[in-house]
Design a protein around this ligand. Structure first.
Ligand code: CMP
Length: 138
């Protein structure tokens, strides 16, 4: 059992100045930040991160968007982290996201959906290790 998940505050949320308020919501929901950095993905790195979606019709758009600006990547710790974080951020498509969720509040569309959250313990580890060395995860 893992108690960690991984998140990205995406370029749309960064551009709108929502990084601080999203981090506050994450904090208020009881997550501890175990690693965090602001960075910008190259197209190549964005493609690598989302390689699992390479065959999807939206892959090109996703890579273009995720490499379009600054992001904040973070590893988060809490009991039941993956599931609880997915509840906090809401459905991938903001029009289906529950009231009060991060995507309902800050996402514009299914592509520009403010935040990423890992979908499994296994992917949380892989994704965290994509951005942070073991020495950078506390
Ligand atoms: P994320 O949680 O980062 O994981 C994969 C991303 O692909 C997802 O959020 C969406 O932003 C994006 N995505 C999923 N479906 C679509 C779609 N139909 N069109 C554009 N982007 C999509």
């Amino acid at each position: 059992m893992s108690n960690r998940t991984f998140t990205i505050i995406k370029p749309d949320a960064t551009r709108k100045g929502n990084t601080g308020v999203i981090l506050q919501m994450i904090n208020d929901a009881g997550f501890r930040i175990a690693a965090m950095k602001m960075t910008k993905l190259s197209k190549e790195k964005a493609g690598e991160f989302y390689a699992v979606h390479a065959e999807r019709p939206f892959y090109g758009e996703l890579v273009e968007f995720m490499s379009s600006g600054t992001i904040t990547a973070a590893v988060l710790e809490k009991d039941n982290a993956v599931e609880d974080f997915r509840k906090l951020i809401g459905a991938t498509n903001p029009s289906e996201a529950a009231d009060g969720t991060i995507r309902k509040l800050f996402a514009a569309s299914i592509g520009e959906n403010a935040v990423h959250g890992s979908d499994s313990n296994e992917n949380a580890l892989i994704e965290g290790d994509f951005f942070f060395s073991k020495l950078e995860q506390f």
